[in-house]
Structures are given as structure tokens and as C-alpha cells.
Write a protein that binds this ligand. Structure first.
Ligand code: FHN
Length: 433
């Protein structure tokens, strides 16, 4: 009798996903995908939706209290005549990025693929009537780059989404919403995305923070994560909830800050052992903003990437595509220049892990096999002391392999350079014993 009772309880727990939470064991395929993810180091984030047409960023709907029924009419004018997924992918690949993360549905609630579960989508509701996720997935597959999908938990348009702390002025009735209906909707959409578009490298969730002020709100994440892993075991689950990772998540996400730093205010959380990724904007906004021409310089972007690698993290660099379907010209130029740098220095970034010396203002180290790469980004002296206890066989300049003078001391290694390093990244290659 007791055994039967226990079996029933076990079955119940499994079916509700209760156990999925604490007992999540990533599959071999998932663990392999995590390592590949770490090796890839660099991705491009794309925030694209109806908001691009208003050219004031992806939060315009809630920032301007736009009524959801009026906002929905934007769809009738969505016709990005220049959109060419192959062109995007080629431009992105030129940067050296190894994956693309695309907003399949942002907080505005508009789906960028042909979903059966909402008519508010790019195929059914716009004159463009093309499946953007589908075209992007096909172009990624053709050109050999991974596709990750951003998926918003928060929704400012659906009447069944329980009202959170944002999107309160969009006119949706019924603040309580209908959680069961909304949860079913999300899982149906995720099932579609993970069934119809080939291998998806990651699902990148965002918006859980919207219910932070509703104590006890249960997002039922374990069951949702289990669904994803069941459909595609190697698909990585990441959630930009701004907290330490929950069971079932495969990567840890940071926003606008390197792990362990918190300048932007989203990243006070512990740094976990999971693969790490930090996202940042190339100008100031995620979605297209016509007045924002404040693009970071190529040097700054390369420094972000290198500093992220030194902290054992990937960089996901964002671009907001234009309403006509083109990527902004400046962004394309920046990507090309980053790619030119990566063509020379990629070996010191791809496949590396955070180095043996802690990151400093002068720069960081990355490590691969018996090589330790010292990335000098900001040094005013002709010498640099590294508190490194490992024995070093050889020190040379990465770019031409010319020897670099090194002096071993009791507490580390002193490097001397012919002049003060002036390059974007002066990379010294140390060969460890
Ligand atoms: O609200 C979003 C925002 O629009 C953007 O998508 C960023 C990307 O990390 N995440 C949210 C804010 O945390």
C-alpha cells in the first residue's frame, strides 16, 4: 500500500515537474553544448519587432503608454522591404561572432514567426507575411552559425498575461489575466519554435522580473525548462532574471556588466559555475532608436569582448535592425572591424577560458592548453608585473612571435616591452611549462 502511495506521489511529482527542479541533470549533449557555447565566446544580439517602426526603442509601448489595440495596428504597416536573412547572417559572421540571438517575441507581444497560437504575428498580421524566424534559421543553417532565440515572459498586449510592474498603461483589461491560458500559450509557442526551426542553440528568457512585486507569483519555470530540454536536449536555457541561476538553467546571463561587476544595476547576483554571458548594446538602445547614433568605438567593443573572455564570459553584442530590414550601417562597419581584429587575434579568444591572473585595469589573461595570453589594454608603463606562480618557458608577442623580455621573480613574472603598448590589445603569449 505504502509503495503504491509512494509511486503515485513520484509520478505526480514528475508530471508536475516538481522534481525536474531539484533533480535536473543535464544530458551529455547539453554538457557538450555548454562547452561549445563557452568556446564560441562572441554572439550578436538582434532586437527586432514592431517597435522598430516607431524608432524609439523596444520599450516605447510602455514608456509612452500606447494602447495595445492601437499599437497592434502597426502590424498592418510592417513591410521591411530590405530584409534579407542571408545578408544579415553574412554581415554578422564577418564580425567573428559564432551565434545570433534573435528576439522571437519581445515584451510588446508580437511574434516574429508563423505561430498558430497568436494571430498577432508577422505572417498573419502584416503585409510582409514572411516568417522571419524561419528565414533567419534557414540562413543560419546555410552559413553555419548557431541561432539562439530570445523569448519574453512578460507581455504588454495579451489579455491573459497577469499585470506586472511594466506595461501598466497599455490599456489591457483584467489585471489578473488568466495564468493557465498564458502559460499554455507560452509552452505551445516554445514547442513550435523548438520543433519547426531546426536546432536552436539557446532559449534566452527575459521578463520574469516583471512579476517581482507580486509575492509568490509562480512562473512554473521548472516545467517549462523541462519541456525545452525534452524537445531539444542540447538547447541551452538562459534566463535574464538578474538573479543567481535557478535549477534547469544551463547558462548564466548578465546585462550590461561583466560577471562580478554591477555598474548598470542589474548584476548584484553571485557568479555561478555555469557558462557565463554578458549582453551589451552597440549604441545605447536594444531596439532601433533613430536618434541614437552614440555607437561605441571599435576599440571599446573589442575591449568589452576581451575583458569578457578574461572573466570567462561570452559577449552578446546587440544591434537594433532598422524598420526597412537593414542593419544600421555603423553597426555593420563596427562588425567588419571587429572581424578584422578577430581574424588576427581570434586564437587568443575562441576556445579560451579565463586566465590565471585576475583581471585588472591594465587588462586580462585568457588561457588555452599550454598558452596564457596576456591582453594588455590599458598600460602606461613599459613593463608589467604578473603575480604568476606557474613556470613560463617562453614569452613572445602574439602577432609576430618576437620574444618579449621576461624576468622571473620570487612572486611572479616581470615583462618588459620595447615601448609603452599602444595597440588596441597588445597580446603577449606565454608558453607554460
Ligand atoms: O526589458 C528588456 C530590454 O528591452 C532588453 O531586452 C534587455 C536585454 O538584456 N533585457 C530587458 C531588461 O532587463
Amino acid at each position: 500500500m505504502r509503495t503504491r502511495y509512494f509511486s503515485i506521489l513520484l509520478l505526480l511529482c514528475l508530471s508536475t515537474g516538481l522534481f525536474a527542479q531539484s533533480a535536473y541533470q543535464p544530458t551529455e549533449a547539453n554538457l557538450k553544448a555548454r562547452e561549445e557555447f563557452r568556446d564560441n565566446k562572441f554572439g550578436i544580439f538582434l532586437h527586432w519587432g514592431l517597435y522598430a517602426m516607431l524608432a524609439t526603442g523596444e520599450w516605447t509601448m510602455t514608456n509612452n503608454n500606447l494602447n495595445y489595440k492601437e499599437y497592434a495596428k502597426l502590424a498592418g504597416g510592417f513591410y521591411p522591404s530590405k530584409f534579407d536573412a542571408d545578408k544579415w547572417v553574412a554581415q554578422i559572421k564577418a564580425s567573428g561572432a559564432k551565434y545570433i540571438c534573435f528576439t522571437s517575441r519581445h515584451h510588446e507581444g508580437f511574434s516574429m514567426w508563423d505561430t498558430k497560437f497568436s494571430d498577432f504575428n508577422v505572417v498573419k498580421d502584416t503585409p510582409f507575411a514572411r516568417d522571419i524566424v524561419g528565414e533567419l534559421a534557414a540562413a543560419c543553417a546555410r552559413q553555419g552559425i548557431k541561432l539562439h532565440l530570445y523569448y519574453s515572459h512578460a507581455d504588454w498586449s495579451r489579455e491573459d498575461y497577469p499585470r506586472g510592474r511594466t506595461g501598466r498603461g497599455t490599456g489591457r483589461p483584467n489585471p489578473k489575466g488568466d495564468w493557465a491560458s498564458y502559460y499554455r500559450f507560452m509552452n505551445n509557442q516554445l514547442t513550435e519554435l523548438l520543433t519547426n526551426y531546426g536546432p536552436i542553440g539557446a532559449i534566452w528568457f527575459d521578463g520574469v522580473w516583471d512579476q517581482d512585486q507580486n509575492p509568490g507569483f509562480d512562473w512554473q519555470l521548472p516545467e517549462q525548462y523541462a519541456l525545452i530540454h525534452r524537445l531539444q536536449p542540447s538547447c541551452l536555457v538562459g534566463n535574464n532574471h538578474h538573479h543567481a541561476p535557478n535549477p534547469g538553467e544551463d547558462i548564466q546571463i548578465f546585462e550590461r556588466d561583466l560577471p562580478g561587476e554591477n555598474k548598470a544595476g542589474y548584476s548584484g547576483q553571485e557568479v555561478s559555475q555555469l557558462p557565463l554571458e554578458t549582453c551589451e548594446t552597440m549604441n545605447g538602445m536594444w531596439g532601433y532608436k533613430i536618434t541614437d547614433q552614440n555607437y561605441k568605438s571599435t576599440k571599446t567593443l573589442i575591449h568589452y569582448l576581451v575583458r569578457a573572455a578574461g572573466k570567462n564570459a561570452n559577449l552578446l553584442m546587440n544591434i537594433g535592425p532598422q524598420p526597412d530590414g537593414n542593419l544600421p550601417e555603423t553597426a555593420v562597419r563596427r562588425m567588419k572591424e571587429m572581424g578584422e581584429w578577430m581574424a588576427v587575434y581570434g586564437e587568443t579568444i575562441y576556445g579560451t577560458r579565463g586566465g590565471l591572473v585576475a583581471p585588472h585595469d591594465w587588462g586580462v589573461t585568457t588561457r588555452k592548453g599550454d598558452k596564457l595570453y596576456v591582453h594588455i589594454l590599458n598600460l602606461e608603463d613599459r613593463s608589467l608585473f604578473l603575480p604568476l606562480t606557474q613556470k613560463v618557458k617562453r614569452a613572445s608577442l602574439f602577432k609576430d612571435k618576437s620574444p618579449v623580455k621576461m624576468t622571473k621573480t620570487k612572486t611572479g613574472l616581470l615583462l618588459d616591452f620595447p615601448e609603452v603598448p599602444k595597440e588596441i590589445d597588445y597580446v603577449v603569449e606565454l608558453t607554460l611549462e
